[in-house]
Design a protein around this ligand. Structure first.
Ligand code: NAP
Length: 486
């Protein structure tokens, strides 16, 4: 395929698909083949300015924020319905652009529909309070939308994370501009088209693909933007937070992780091993919640390592469009280089690699960014592969003795996003769960995401929470109104 044959994808601004002001485009690739699949308009600072002004006008005119709550909810529900109807098409886009196994991509699209449905149901349940103020009158609170919200999304779960931001922001009556990752702009653009079809007023949801340094930077610094919801690396998130200080823009940050998987000797090992495999290798390890540090209680350490490694070696790495594929490619050749550099660091630090970290040689995979799943033992807590987010299919397994050591090791990282612990002792489960510094923790499970429950990180993993009713707080302000009795 050549770039002249691939479809053009315009910016989604004001309900239209348009070329960028300077005509710039960039290819979006299929990471499994290395081939371009679309030619995508790249938003310039001028495009950002025009779209922010338009979104600000749409917000100020109030058609969306003042729309009756049931009607607003119905539009969000129609978006959910259309996502379900187009599940296969959207899954194909997400798989082709993100390298996801098609079965996983279908699951993700289903989750996006659930997100819109959840917030469709929330719209007419958002209300303020009457407060017994110490005065002769009545104090009330109203929940007010913020205005133009900029939603910056990474490439690892493009539409899932877009949905986590767009749905609550719209439910509160804001207007939004999504900045998808440069590598994976296609599904967010498809969502913008679908939202217009669902009856969302034009200009309420805009999607501006473009680079972080140009489009992202222009969005974060624009004076009419009121809120930035950023998901990505801790490094870029810190810069966004500093930049947002000008103008006191509201900020929420979902950042990196180095999550722990703590396994006590009384765990049900069969379930635990299968679950722990996907807890780190799902999405080829490119998951902020990846449990990439496994701590195993000494009596079962050898058995766990042997069985875990045997399963890692059988993971089916390959063409994402094959139903049987369990692990697809990494997102870009550059990112695979970064991950392989970490393997070199781990090897040089003296950790023992039991398997993986190999570029597969099978026919048909040569053009993609594939890498087999790696397992390290003989690791020390201070090693870089134990401290830094590798964001690839790499796990470190280390033994521990007793609860205190498990907690100390789990907390020995600047991050605090997610994690798991496995034990049949409920008292210990609760003691350890409370002591681990993390935003989400699963007991006898590896799931981090429940749309009904808050999602977000402690320490350098972020600020604020997505999902659940609490996400609505991050897209609204409380306004207090006092009415005198006299
Ligand atoms: P990234 O490099 O930080 O990029 C994230 C987004 O920020 C992209 O859209 C990027 O655009 C944009 N960006 C880059 N520079 C910017 C700037 N100066 N101003 C504004 N925006 C800018 O992260 P990534 O590599 O896409 O994603 C991987 C990271 O995301 C990992 O650290 C992972 O842990 C984290 N993550 C966290 C969560 C969570 O919920 N906590 C979820 C998923 C991923 P470009 O693509 O054009 O660079």
């Amino acid at each position: 395929m050549t770039t002249t044959q691939i479809p053009f994808e315009g910016l989604a601004s004001g309900g239209q698909r348009i070329a960028s002001a300077d005509g710039r485009t960039a290819p979006a690739y299929n990471p499994a083949t290395g081939q371009p699949i679309a030619d995508v308009a790249q938003a310039s600072a001028a495009d950002v300015d025009a779209t922010v002004i338009l979104a600000h006008q749409r917000f100020s005119q109030g058609a969306w924020k003042t729309m009756r709550s049931r009607e607003r909810g119905q539009i969000l529900q129609r978006i959910a319905n259309l996502i379900r109807e187009r599940q296969e098409t959207l899954a194909q886009i997400e798989s082709a652009n993100g390298g996801k196994p098609i079965s996983a991509a279908r699951g993700e699209i289903g989750a996006v529909a659930n997100t819109f449905e959840y917030y469709a149901g929330a719209v007419n349940k958002i209300h303020g309070q009457t407060i017994p103020a110490n005065a002769n009158g009545t104090a009330l609170t109203f929940r007010e939308p913020l205005g133009v919200c900029v939603l910056i999304v990474p490439w690892n779960f493009p539409l899932v994370i877009t949905g986590w931001k767009v749905a609550p922001a719209l439910a509160m009556g804001n207007t939004v501009i999504v900045k998808p990752a440069s590598a994976t702009p296609l599904s967010a653009l498809a969502l913008a088209d679908l939202a217009v079809e669902a009856g969302l007023p034009e200009g309420v949801l805009n999607v501006l693909p473009g680079s972080g340094s140009v489009a992202g930077n222009a969005l974060v610094s624009h004076p009419l933007v009121r809120k930035i919801s950023f998901t990505g690396s801790t490094e870029i998130g810190m810069g966004v937070m500093k930049q947002a200080a000008d103008g006191i823009k509201r900020v929420s940050l979902e950042l990196g992780g180095k999550s722990a998987n703590v396994i006590f000797a009384d765990a049900y090992l069969d379930t635990c091993i299968e679950s722990s495999i996907f807890a780190v290798y799902d999405n080829a390890g490119q998951d902020c919640c990846a449990r990439s540090r496994i701590f195993v209680e000494r009596p079962i350490f050898d058995e766990f390592v042997e069985r875990f490694t045997a399963r890692a070696k059988t993971l089916k790495v390959g063409d994402p469009m094959q139903e049987a594929t369990e692990m697809g490619p990494l997102i870009t050749p550059q990112h695979r280089e970064t991950v392989m550099n970490y393997l070199n660091i781990g090897d040089a630090e003296g950790a023992k690699r039991l398997c993986g970290g190999i570029i597969p040689s099978e026919a048909g995979l040569a053009g993609g960014n594939f890498l087999t799943p790696a397992v390290y033992v003989d690791v020390q807590a201070g090693m870089r592969i134990m401290q830094e987010e590798v964001f690839g299919p790499v796990v470190c397994i280390m033994p521990f003795e007793g609860e205190d050591e498990a907690i100390k090791l789990a907390n020995d990282t600047p991050y605090g996003l997610s994690g798991s612990l496995w034990t049949r002792d409920i008292g210990r489960a609760l003691r350890v769960a409370r002591a681990i510094e993390t935003g989400m923790l699963s007991i006898n499970s590896s799931s981090s995401v429940h749309i009904e429950a808050p999602f977000g990180g402690m320490k350098q993993s972020g600020l604020g929470r997505e999902q659940g009713m609490v996400a609505l707080d991050h897209y609204s302000e409380y306004k207090s109104v006092f009415i005198a009795n006299d």
